[in-house]
Write a protein that binds this ligand. Structure first.
Ligand SMILES: C[C@H](OP(=O)(O)OC[C@@H](O)[C@@H](O)[C@@H](O)Cn1c2nc(=O)[nH]c(=O)c-2cc2ccc(O)cc21)C(=O)N[C@@H](CCC(=O)N[C@@H](CCC(=O)O)C(=O)O)C(=O)O
Length: 321
């Protein structure tokens, strides 16, 4: 099992760099930095992380092809590859409609758009010219091929990820989600003439670890509430969660009643949408994901009530794999 960790660039960048260095020191192999227009710039943050680390692989987890032209992303990730001496890896997904509405960007045909943008970036990164004449003159990646990962949940996106990408970052924490996802990734990989084993399947979880399991669960509740709000009906059904319960949480969040939403998050929701608790709770949960075919466990937000302490505890968990 490989281990990755997520960072949101919404806190001081020098603090993020220190936490990524700590993650590297305790055994994490990947650091994924989220990309939302209302946070700090993902590539500036990755540049400083590159300078402050030696071995951990780094990249956006995930950017999207709508806010930046694929040529701009290709140039940015090639620059990160140079700064990190060949440790860049690109995570790209369809983004979210709310952001594009706020930016006045039309969000059309996400599957085709992702396919086209990954093809364009691979053309440019291999120092070739696109049909429209784009060409990266003054920047070159160190790696022969920068690994391309896709953020995906929907069936078409999962199949496409299996077909064209080196890895899939799936916002999911429960083995049931992979029961559904992996056959789709396998179908896509085989359509692309690949084996599903060629695709790194990452469980991009909502993770919260602490020596005190209750504290860990407490820190995860608000994130689980937002996940429950955003989960489509088939996902809720898969976890035996009735629409009314998720609807209630959505209503509370909509009113800004975060306390009420947190209070409405029960253990069923915690189990469905997060991996949390004390270190001993983690090992069987990660093993269950591994049995489903997950090959990378990504410790996603909140990571824990005290990030630094939680990263060290996750290091202890990593050392048992
Ligand atoms: C678009 C959507 O795909 P999805 O896989 O569910 O996308 C949900 C999320 O993955 C997507 O919003 C991500 O960008 C969210 N996301 C992040 N989004 C961000 O904006 N920033 C982040 O930092 C971020 C991190 C992240 C990490 C992991 C992860 O899994 C997702 C993450 C969907 O509806 N897909 C369906 C329908 C696809 C579709 O639109 N089909 C159309 C068009 C087909 C075509 O395009 O040709 C049709 O049938 O007409 C499907 O896959 O079946």
């Amino acid at each position: 099992m490989k281990f990755g960790i997520e960072f949101l660039p919404n806190e001081p960048v020098d603090k993020i760099v220190k936490l990524v260095k700590l993650a590297e020191d305790v055994g994490f192999e990947y650091a994924w930095v989220t990309d939302h227009y209302d946070n700090k710039n993902v590539y500036v943050t990755l540049g400083l992380i590159a300078e402050g680390t030696e071995t951990i692989k780094i990249g956006p987890g995930v950017t999207n092809p709508y806010v930046r032209n694929p040529a701009i992303t290709a140039s940015a990730i090639a620059t990160i590859d140079e700064l990190s001496n060949g440790r860049a890896t690109l995570g790209i997904g369809p983004g979210d409609k709310a952001s594009f509405d706020a930016l006045g960007i039309e969000w059309t045909k996400p599957v085709s758009t992702l396919k086209e943008s990954i093809a364009t970036m691979e053309t440019l990164l291999s120092k070739e010219k696109t049909e429209s004449g784009a060409f990266l003159k003054g920047v070159k990646a160190v790696q022969e091929k920068v690994p391309m990962y896709m953020g995906a949940q929907g069936p078409m996106m999962l199949k496409t990820a299996g077909e064209i990408s080196d890895g899939v970052l799936i916002n999911a924490s429960n083995p049931k989600d992979f029961e559904t996802a992996i056959p789709l990734i396998k179908e896509g990989a085989e359509a692309g003439g690949k084996n599903v084993d060629d695709v790194d399947v990452a469980a991009y979880t909502c993770c919260s670890i602490d020596g005190d399991a209750g504290k860990a669960v407490g820190a995860a509740k608000i994130v689980v509430a937002f996940i429950a709000r955003g989960s489509p009906a088939p996902v809720l059904k898969r976890h035996g969660i009735d629409d009314a319960a998720a609807g209630k949480i959505a209503e509370l969040l909509g009113k800004g009643d975060f306390g009420g939403a947190i209070a409405a998050v029960d253990n069923k929701l915690i189990d469905a949408f997060s991996v949390c608790g004390a270190p001993d709770d983690f090992i069987p949960k990660i093993e269950a994901l591994e049995e489903m075919g997950v090959t990378q466990f990504v410790a996603g937000s909140p990571i824990g009530p005290d990030k630094e302490k939680s990263i060290k505890l996750l290091g202890d968990v990593i050392s048992t794999f």
